[in-house]
Design a protein around this ligand. Sequence first.
Ligand code: PGU
Length: 414
Amino acid sequence: MEATASAAAASVFDHLEQAPEDPILGITVAYNKDPHPGKVNLGVGAYRTEEGKPLILNVVRRAEERLLADRSKNKEYLPITGLADFNKRSAMLILGSDSPAVVEKRLVTAQCLSGTGSLRVGAEFLARHYGVKLVFLPTPTWGNHFKVFMNAGLAVKTYRYYDNKTRGLDYEGMLEDIGAAPSGSVILLHACAHNPTGVDPTPQQWEGIRQAIRNRGHLPFFDSAYQGFASGSLDKDALAVRTFVADGGECFIAQSFAKNMGLYGERVGALSIVSKSSGVATRVESQLKLVIRPMYSNPPIHGASIVALVLGDGDLFSEWTVELKGMADRIISMRHKLYDALRARGTPGDWTHILKQIGMFSFTGLNKEQVQFMTREYRIYMTLDGRISMAGLSLKTVPLLADAIHAAVTGAKA
Ligand code: PGU
């Protein structure tokens, strides 16, 4: 019979090869498959409590209770660019409420699907409307940056950022590469808490980077996924972005509320495009809608409603800053515990970078073979570039990690 014959025939997808797992999210897949009770996931950048559990912030629960009780709320479609209140408050959070761009209405903000979606919408907009289809990413950077920009149709190159020898910023190299990039290139910058290195420029260096970028007429594109996680202060962590916006020039900003409000799975973020005049901003907004509409029509309502409430209510906002500082402080205390544990074991090497690095991660300097050894022998799951999510560590798991690093570095057997 014809139906049987076609069912028996080769699949139209027979030519597909098995794709590898994602280098970051695939670590969680491997972790979940491991039946061992003592396993530790330090792969994904997601905050865990001292008990190793995901954390829902108290302010988020309070905001959700209010939303639930408020019978005037509905689940209608949002506008294409999302919840207006959320957009306004998100922009003010990163730019400051007295920002010239806000006051002069020179910006447009669109609620997008967390940080990744905001980057992608920005990249699609650039691919369609910006003359120089070339973006420069730092070396190293969050791995997904490459795919986000390439899939949108931009060419991707890199600039020097991290110096393996000093375990610090290659400031001279960075300025040289920015200076040599074709005029008008898009320069992707991590707003704070650089992922994966944990190395950020100083305020003076940011000023130098700003000048180098503006001198060449480049377009800065900030990825702000960790506001509040670097210093514990939302304002301090916005310094780089504000330095650029203060000069009146243009820039793109992708914001994520995944980490700083613990809203990972709610996918809440925003893309802001700062223009030179309110007239341009209005036209940018009209075109931005044409980019978004065929992609996902309009963004989800729940997470953005939570963020809008927290940002808009003085009481919730101040509780949020306390909870955020609590998360940042616990990560810093984990840095000290891990450093002390390595010192106590006499682990060869200078581990002060664990103390110095900023944000959720430690870029340990461990190589792929050492990481594979640690996963195999100690069930420590982490990315192959030697990055550890300090936010996933606890007092209980520090000794195991220190033992694993010690064994990996000294070549000892588990
Ligand atoms: N930008 C940077 C620099 C990031 O580190 C991340 C998340 C994002 C954007 C995207 O975050 P959203 O969840 O889309 O808001 N990086 C984490 C989370 C896992 C992942 O790779 O998406 C990480 O572990 O690097």
